[in-house]
Design a protein around this ligand. Structure first.
Ligand SMILES: Nc1ncnc2c1ncn2[C@@H]1O[C@H](COP(=O)(O)OP(=O)(O)OP(=O)(O)O)[C@@H](O)[C@H]1O
Ligand SMILES: [Zn+2]
Length: 828
């Protein structure tokens, strides 16, 4: 069972020990391991510190999760080294990881590894050295091997990775030297990254005040201000950039040199601070809230002032000022001496967003996104731990950021699927983790969205959160008019990818000097078929999800239950022969077509290809904002959070691509996408229009998106999910099977599924079925789904999953060791 200590394999006697530590290791086992502590170690060790311990003949970094004096019945081995002087995980975060490993049924160490940045986590480094005094073996080496051996003999601390890079072209020779027993590999913990240092001016004179009086007299006001700033910035980086920020043309490097000669300032190497973004900091520019925003904020402030946990769902239309509400709430938390965490989807973490927070909170903010280097992430983390910063804006994994006295957690665009981590383990939902964290910290949690997830909506209906609404755009700007273009009617009236009305609208808008955003969303991962005459997408008769087209076998298949059929010769909805066509082409192709259609207009493309370079995403947006292009065409990257007042026409080239997503959630995703991209149009004074091109004009998502009626959509969609027991009416447990051998993988899936069915829980089990992509990277993929009760507790989840594993261990079929099985559950 979970949490129970597990014996560490040993023959050593460790009888003298009186103190013990339970340790989580970064491996996919559910147990923690008990090790003994020497007297010296026992005096310093605390939970949350890392230690160096033996396991299976190797040294590993582990994290102490508990210190105790319960001598285990089995023999224990001692902790070899204590690696930290202070805990790297405070008790609150440690408890959060404990809850996570139990709720998501994975290894505690796996969760800790995901929570901590490099330098503070479990990474160890392998080193290599030459084994001396083996003359016979050395003589037997060939020339190339001898050279390698000689070079390694001269190295003191060569990492194995570096060695492999150095001899990348002589890989075989290197491994041959190793195989002959001439190289020894050993591990060492990769602890704190060496801090980056920089040259700084440091104050030496304790009597700055008198010095100031002497120096300031007779100087200008400006000089005096600059001097004050200099006094406050200690140490002051000596780079010219830092100097000009601190002292605009007033205090010259010459002044500093003179102070150095007087012994007042010295230049020293100090640990470098994170470079601050070059955004304006004008805290007085905080907006006054409009009455609706004010009312919402007042409600949020009550639990904040009472310092109690409370959870809110803020349902605010696009442009209603959710961000302003967040800012006011955070400001109040800071005034209480507490910190704040703002989670945004990775792709919304643009300078546009950050700038607004920076304007009010300045250097209190640490930004955590996936493109930070290890060192940048580590430094941000340290600045938070030192309390220099206490606001975090970040993507999913920022939910673990060490913020002292957390008062507020914001999850913006709470419906966004990037909050759900599927790979690698642990599989977790940042929304669920944030709720637990807020609960433990007594903080206020605000989940904001213009299209809240149905899960959050239903939860608030059940009283788990309080629903707050912002129903009007702040500027008084109207929601854009949405026009639906039925592509089956325009089948013979298309200009390239655009139906005539959209084509004209683009032409006219750009003619007036306005801008256009076109969404061309393509889900790369699954192909689907659609009837070009009536727009029908074939669905599974049992699961009401779209069928995925498998080209090799020329058939359509349900990846929930395995139902399969050959591609029909005619559409079953309208009967048109040959109407079913595979859908989807690339954004680049659409871009080229647009360039032909509008040879005079400037077209800019934003998709995976054009944004893979660092900062490319920001640069494209900035350029578009400056009017350097007339038309922005892109994937869903263009749908999120953009605020360009000059955009008046938004077109969705094919609204139906989302239907290809073989999931019960495809309608919800489609609505969210349509509504979000529509929200980009007409945000300021100019009125906006949105064109949705679709072959299914009566589709539930299209119908309600046309009237911006999210509540209507939610009601209709929920009514469809309830009888089928989809989330939010159930939690979906997914068992995924991956293996290189087709038969072994299928058998493992069948056996595991049989156990799930035999458990007699009364909860439906579907499958096993081949996954949507049944073969990927030479691996065969199967899945099984189980519909758990929506309100299942952590203890029940743990019990059922541990039960499956236990029985599978006992009844594994042949070849099972080649099949990887992962369990994850979601309520998205
Ligand atoms: N009280 C206010 N005073 C001045 N400007 C405001 C106020 N509220 C909102 N705005 C402005 O209105 C625009 C939309 O507000 P904001 O971006 O906060 O809305 P949002 O709900 O977060 O939007 P979205 O969901 O579309 O990203 C912004 O330019 C913002 O500065
Ligand atoms: Zn099915």
């Amino acid at each position: 069972m979970s949490g129970k200590p597990h014996s560490t394999p040993t023959n050593e006697a460790a009888d003298g020990f009186r103190h013990f530590a339970d340790i989580a290791l970064p491996i996919a086992v559910r147990e923690v391991f008990t090790y003994a502590l020497s007297g010296t170690h026992a005096a310093v060790v605390q939970p949350g510190m890392r230690v160096w311990v033996p396991l299976k003949g190797r040294m590993n970094i582990g994290m102490v999760v508990k210190v105790h004096q319960n001598k285990p019945a089995f023999k224990t081995r001692p902790v070899a080294r204590v690696l930290d002087r202070e805990p790297v995980l405070d008790p609150e975060l440690l408890r959060l990881t404990e809850w996570m490993y139990r709720f998501y049924v994975c290894g505690w160490g796996e969760v800790i590894q995901a929570a901590l940045p490099a330098g503070l986590n479990f990474s160890a480094k392998t080193f290599v050295r030459a084994v001396p005094q083996k003359e016979d073996a050395v003589v037997a080496l060939n020339r190339q091997e001898k050279l390698i051996y000689a070079e390694i003999s001269g190295e003191k601390r060569l990492s194995w990775r570096e060695a492999r890079q150095r001899w990348a072209n002589e890989e075989r020779a290197l491994s041959s030297v190793k195989q002959k027993g001439l190289l020894q590999l050993w591990d060492e913990p990769a602890l704190d990254l060496q801090p980056r240092t920089e040259l700084c001016w440091v104050w030496q004179n304790p009597q700055r005040e008198t010095l100031t009086e002497r120096l300031v007299s007779g100087k200008t006001k400006k000089w005096e201000q600059a001097w004050q700033l200099l006094l406050e910035t200690d140490p002051l980086p000596a780079t010219t950039a830092a100097l000009t920020v601190a002292m605009p043309e007033t205090i010259t490097p010459y002044t500093l040199k003179r102070l150095e000669q007087e012994g007042v300032l010295t230049r020293e190497e100090r640990e470098a601070r994170l470079p601050e973004p070059a955004f304006a900091y004008r805290p007085e520019h905080i907006s006054a809230l409009n009455p609706e925003q004010h009312e919402v904020t007042a409600t949020l402030l009550k639990p904040l002032h009472a310092r109690t946990y409370a959870k809110f769902l803020l349902f605010g239309v696009t442009g209603s000022g959710k961000t302003e509400v967040y800012i006011h709430l955070i400001k109040e938390a800071l005034e209480q001496g507490r910190g704040a965490l703002v989670l945004v989807p990775e792709i919304a973490l643009t300078p546009q967003t950050v700038r607004r927070f920076y304007l009010i909170f300045g250097r209190k903010i640490a930004i955590l996104h996936s493109r930070l280097s290890d060192r940048e992430r580590y430094e941000a983390w340290q600045a938070l731990r030192r309390g220099e910063k206490n606001i975090v804006i970040g993507a999913r994994s920022a939910v673990f950021a060490p913020i002292e006295k957390l008062g507020v957690i914001i999850i913006d665009e709470e419906h966004d699927t990037s909050y759900y981590q599927t790979d690698p383990a642990p599989r977790y939902h940042a929304r669920e983790v944030a709720a637990m964290r807020a609960h433990k910290a007594g903080a206020v949690l605000v989940m904001g969205s213009a299209t809240p997830s149905l899960v959050s909506l239903v939860e608030s209906g059940r009283g788990k959160s309080q629903l707050l609404k912002l129903s009007a755009r702040h500027t008084g700007a109207q929601m854009p008019e949405v026009k639906v273009l039925n592509l089956t009617e325009y089948r013979y009236a298309m200009n390239g990818p655009l139906a005539v009305p959209l084509f004209r609208a683009v032409e006219e808008a750009v003619g007036r000097g306005e801008q256009v955003i076109l969404l061309y969303n393509r889900r790369g991962f699954a192909s689907f078929m659609q009837c070009e005459a009536c727009g029908d997408v074939p669905e599974c008769p049992h699961c009401s999800v779209s069928l995925t087209y498998h080209k090799a076998q020329q058939h359509l298949r349900c990846h929930y239950c395995g139902f399969a059929r050959s591609v029909p010769g005619s559409c079953h909805a309208c009967g048109e022969t040959g109407g079913l066509k595979m859908q989807g082409s690339g954004t680049q192709q659409v871009e080229e077509e647009l360039e032909k259609l509008f040879p005079k207009f400037r077209v800019m493309r934003m998709d995976q290809d054009t944004t893979s370079r660092k900062n490319a995403h920001d640069q494209l947006l900035t350029a578009f904002g400056r009017g350097e292009a007339d038309i922005l065409i892109g994937t869903q990257l263009v749908a999120k959070g953009l605020d360009f007042p000059n955009v008046t026409v938004v077109g969705v080239v094919n609204a139906d691509t989302e239907l290809a997503f073989p999931s019960y959630r495809s309608n919800e995703r489609m609505y969210q996408l349509l509504s979000q991209v529509a929200g980009r149009s007409g945000r300021a004074a100019k009125k906006g229009v949105v064109y949705l091109q679709t072959r299914q004009p009566d589709h539930v998502s299209v119908r309600f998106a046309k009237n911006h009626d999210y509540e209507g959509f939610a009601r209709a969609e929920l009514a469809g999910r309830k009888p089928l027991l989809y989330p939010p009416y159930a939690r979906l447990l997914q068992a995924a099977f991956r293996g290189q051998d087709a038969t072994y993988t299928r058998r493992a899936a069948e056996q595991f599924t049989a156990i799930m069915k035999q458990a007699q829980t009364g909860w439906p089990v579907l499958g096993p079925a081949p996954d949507a992509i049944e073969r990927m990277k030479d691996e065969f993929r199967w899945i099984t789904l189980m519909k758990l009760p929506a309100g299942i507790t952590t203890a029940q989840l743990e019990k059922i999953c541990d039960y499956f594993w236990k029985w599978y261990e006992k009844t594994k079929p042949e070849g099972a060791s080649t099949v990887r099985i992962t369990l994850n559950h979601e309520m998205l």
